[in-house]
Design a protein around this ligand. Structure first.
Ligand code: FMN
Length: 201
């Protein structure tokens, strides 16, 4: 849908959510949206990052990428939030960004947009759905419209997550994204752009 503005705002420690966000960005552009792909700032102490080679490497590779700002949400008609699961919850780095948005919330600038989320966990059923539901709690408070994918396309019966899109990274934390998940990510981007466009008009 033309003239829809899509913000993809995410946190990723070891790159999984980053890869999902990149695919969503491509799909959003294919759907005709103007896309801002933004990572939130890393907040973990240096020693925590240094303790994990994959985390250090991802941090170094992406540290110069554009960072999310409140204006990215004010600007957007549609928003996709990405977070790895943290004990079944939203990563504190993304939550911290959301917690800076009080002025925009109070001014009603976060309301009436289409929102949805994507996540990853190491284990199957490791908290993916609870992470997305926890993410959506804040969006209800903003007056955002949750554009969950549901089972609105036959492909959702393959990836199986009606709350958003999710990936299991496995014991090595590096299982690649599958074609089923790429298809689900494309559908998520198309849907949030479609609904964001309808809300705008
Ligand atoms: C502090 C912490 C808590 C986590 N909690 C869970 C969990 O509850 N269930 C699970 O399956 N994976 C859990 N994980 C694994 C991450 O969700 C997984 O590494 C992440 O989704 C990978 O995304 P990323 O590569 O974008 O960082 C946890 C990881 C960390 C560091």
């Amino acid at each position: 849908m033309a003239n829809v503005k899509l913000a993809i705002v995410y946190y990723s420690s070891t790159g999984t959510i980053h890869k999902m966000a990149e695919r969503l960005s491509q799909a959003g552009e294919k759907a005709g949206a103007e896309v801002r792909l933004r990572q939130v700032a890393e907040l973990a102490p240096e020693e925590a990052i240094a303790s994990n080679a994959a985390w250090s490497q991802h941090f170094d590779n992406t540290k110069n990428e554009p960072k999310a700002a409140a204006d990215d949400l004010v600007w957007a008609d549609a928003v996709l939030f990405g977070t790895p699961t943290r004990y079944g919850n939203v990563a504190s780095q993304l939550k911290q960004f959301m917690d800076t948005l009080g002025p925009q919330w109070q001014a009603g600038q976060l309301a009436n947009k289409a929102y949805a989320g994507f996540t990853a966990s190491m284990t199957a059923h490791g908290g993916q759905e609870s992470t997305l539901l926890a993410l959506y709690n804040s969006i209800y408070h903003w007056g955002g419209i949750i554009a969950a994918p549901g089972y609105t396309d036959p492909l959702k019966f393959a990836d199986g997550n009606p709350y958003g899109v999710s990936h299991v990274t496995g014991g090595g934390n590096d299982a690649p994204l599958t074609e089923t998940e790429f298809a689900a990510l494309d559908h998520l981007a198309q849907r949030v752009v479609l609904i964001g466009g309808k809300l705008k008009n």
